[in-house]
Write a protein that binds this ligand. Structure first.
Ligand code: NAD
Ligand code: DAU
Length: 358
């Protein structure tokens, strides 16, 4: 081999090692937990932006799953809903066999509920993920996206978490998510399953079950009910508009590298009191609705993410925070029947127990 040919070959090898992934193309996508908040926004986004895609939505319809979230998509021939549990190995096996990629959104997702009763969190978030990974391994799936969370890093007073920082989850919810996150990674290392992990910050937007800070406070304010602020209200979250999150997952599905984790943040750090004030001011409601209540047990003070890694790959959030908040608040104002129906039965029993002092 001549000298110049040797260098040409070397350059070619370096290029392949540096850009290992062709863009991943998906035809049939299995989405789990697609009847929940982020999953339903994601399915709508995918059906609207990818003409040739077929989506199977496997959802157990827990208290947080709601078929109404996708009623505008239900008649689309490219969409199929399957009512079932990700812990059911026979079902996950059959559905994974039909699919070329899996995105696992299904989870118990509310920190407060995990403090009261962690059982379902361990079962769904860890064992359910295991069942999906096993089916994916058996059928040689093309891509497995595990939707993790920024809460796996735990809390930090300063600086931002990077993907290779240690995981220090502090609630049963975040510990179960961290377990699933690392279990998915172990399938990449051990079996070379093409796993990619995403860790997003706090989402807000339409169709969020009214138990989370923004959806609860907006709907309570609309009804002139108290807004229960935990502790001193100075805990900080980085708010991410759900449509930005959906675009990021779509991007990672196509361009993420196997075995990698990607932070997805909005770059909008706000204290809970700042969020509360925006809601009250936007709706023209009095400050007296704000009520300080007992703090959450083990309450993480601050979450913050570095998104340098995903930015380098080519994604960044594009919805300005103020506009996205106004759009979100307007959506709850204009879609009262959607959330009024949810604030009954099981919800009221939970609410009474959770906010005893209100
Ligand atoms: P959600 O609670 O609104 O929806 C969860 C969905 O999963 C529901 O439709 C529910 O019916 C379904 N589900 C629960 N257990 C199931 C099971 N055993 N089998 C099948 N389906 C089941 O949650 P979300 O806020 O949309 O969060 C979706 C995912 O994103 C979760 O994995 C969560 O950990 C992660 N996440 C959420 C946020 C956020 O701010 N909401 C941020 C980062 C990551
Ligand atoms: O960071 C990502 C995580 O964000 C996701 O992984 C979780 O699924 C999602 O639920 C969310 O967790 P948080 O605990 O951060 O979100 P939540 O909306 O429950 O609370 C946000 C902040 O608001 C937190 O500091 C607690 C506070 N809070 C919340 C509620 C429900 C209140 O002060 N009062 C409340 O009534």
């Amino acid at each position: 081999m001549t000298f110049s040919r040797f260098f040409f070959t070397l350059k070619f090898i370096v290029l392949i090692v540096h850009y290992p992934n062709e863009e991943f193309c998906v035809q049939t996508l299995l989405v789990t937990g697609g009847a929940g908040f982020i999953g339903s926004n994601f399915i709508r986004h995918m059906l609207k932006t990818h003409e040739d895609i077929r989506i199977i939505n496997l959802d157990k319809l827990t208290y947080a799953g709601n078929p109404e979230n996708l009623k505008d998509m239900a008649a689309d021939p490219r969409y199929r809903f399957v009512h079932g549990d990700i812990c059911d190995g026979i079902l996950t096996d059959a559905l994974v066999r039909e699919s070329d990629a899996v995105i696992n959104f299904a989870a118990e997702s509310h920190v407060d509920r995990s403090i009261g009763k962690p059982d379902d969190f361990i079962q769904t978030d860890i064992f359910g993920t295991f069942q999906l990974l096993e089916a994916a391994r058996k059928h040689g799936i093309g891509r497995f996206i595990q939707i993790s969370t920024d809460e796996v890093y735990g809390s930090t007073e300063d600086g931002c978490f990077r993907e290779d920082d240690p995981l220090m989850p502090s609630s049963p919810y975040s510990a179960s998510k961290a377990g699933a996150d690392r279990l998915a990674y172990s399938y990449f290392v051990t079996y070379r399953l093409p796993v990619v992990i995403t860790r997003a910050s706090n989402n807000f937007g339409p169709y969020q079950y009214p138990e989370k800070l923004i959806s609860l406070f907006v709907t309570n304010a609309l009804d002139d009910l108290p807004l229960p602020v935990y502790g001193d209200g100075l805990n900080v979250r980085d708010w991410l508009f759900v449509l930005d999150h959906c675009e990021a997952i779509d991007f990672i599905l196509r361009k993420g590298e196997d075995g990698e984790a990607y932070n997805i943040g909005g770059g909008n750090e706000r204290t809970n009191l700042e969020i509360t004030d925006i809601i009250l001011q936007t709706l023209g409601k009095p400050d007296s609705l704000k009520k300080f209540v007992e703090d959450r047990k083990g309450h993480d003070r601050r979450y913050a993410l570095s998104i340098e890694k995903i930015e380098k790959l080519g994604w960044r959030p594009r919805h300005p925070f103020g506009e996205a908040m106004r759009e979100t608040i307007a959506w709850y104002r204009d879609n009262r029947p959607w959330w009024e129906k949810l604030k009954s039965g099981e919800y009221l029993a939970y609410y009474k127990k959770q906010y005893q002092t209100l």
